[in-house]
Design a protein around this ligand. Structure first.
Ligand SMILES: Nc1ncnc2c1ncn2[C@@H]1O[C@H](COP(=O)(O)OP(=O)(O)OP(=O)(O)O)[C@@H](O)[C@H]1O
Length: 235
């Protein structure tokens, strides 16, 4: 089988020290392959955001190991120097709110990252346009974000997350503000994009509408993950 896109073993995160210490992750294991869209669910305070922040190299784990696309990025300590470049090139983020830049048009919102990474502007815009068309918002390329519907804004945010072709996308409640039909559409799009670009996508969600759509579902409870072996799921 291909190299996993995400491999996590024995991951721990402790906030604070001494009496005030909180063990938010107590030994998380997970393997996600290229092209998979995996759900991550759990009650409030179970460690979902902490896990996403560790995977996204936003906070430093306390122990364990993480590898992205076969590259060990953390093994008891960071194994790479430039975490900013790692985030830019290897990880796409999708949030509950699209966080588009209001004074850039739709195309430049998506093209900005490759431009910042040094791509010529015309090439970055061509790449952005290709994704916007794949996500059925190509016709809104010149609009400003405030002129788009919530579902369209979220599709632009997905295009932005994909534009540097990262092996991994971390999505935190991406469908929360959307109605059923739009939420399911976002999941359909994430599945299609994962297959097309062989991206591994983790979706943190509370959204009952989309939970049944995941082929694999991880639960997190009190800092520990386990995979649901449910009907219709491949676990
Ligand atoms: N910066 C921090 N300092 C100390 N404790 C923290 C910090 N961030 C989170 N925690 C604690 O770590 C635990 C896990 O929090 P986390 O935010 O990862 O949970 P969550 O599953 O994302 O919750 P929610 O669904 O409510 O967003 C909680 O007990 C929380 O209080």
């Amino acid at each position: 089988m291909a190299t996993p896109a995400i491999e996590v073993a024995g991951l721990r995160k402790r906030y604070g020290e001494g009496e005030a210490a909180v063990d938010a992750l107590k030994g998380v294991d997970m393997i996600i392959h290229p092209g998979e869209v995996v759900g991550l669910i759990g009650p409030s305070g179970s460690g979902k955001s902490t896990l996403l922040k560790c995977l996204g190299a936003v906070i430093e784990p306390s122990a364990g190991r993480m590898a992205l696309a076969g590259q060990t990025i953390f093994d008891e300590r960071w194994k790479i120097r430039d975490l900013r470049a790692l985030r830019r090139d290897s990880i796409g983020f999708v949030f509950q709110a699209p966080y588009l830049i209001p004074f850039l048009d739709v195309t430049d919102n998506v093209a900005l990252l490759p431009m910042l990474a040094g791509k010529p502007n015309h090439e970055a815009r061509r790449q952005a346009m290709e994704l916007l068309e794949a996500l059925d918002v190509g016709h809104r390329a010149k609009a400003s974000p405030s002129e788009l519907s919530g579902g369209e804004q979220q599709r632009v945010a997905i295009a932005r997350a994909l534009v540097n072709r990262p092996p991994v996308i971390l999505a935190d409640e991406p469908t929360a503000p959307l109605d059923s039909e739009r939420a399911l559409n976002v999941i359909r799009i994430l599945n299609r994009m994962a297959g097309q670009y062989q991206t591994a996508i983790i979706v943190v969600t509370h959204d009952e509408k989309i939970i049944p759509t995941f082929q694999r579902l991880y639960h997190i409870r009190d800092g520990r993950t386990f995979e649901e072996a449910g009907e219709g799921r491949s676990a």
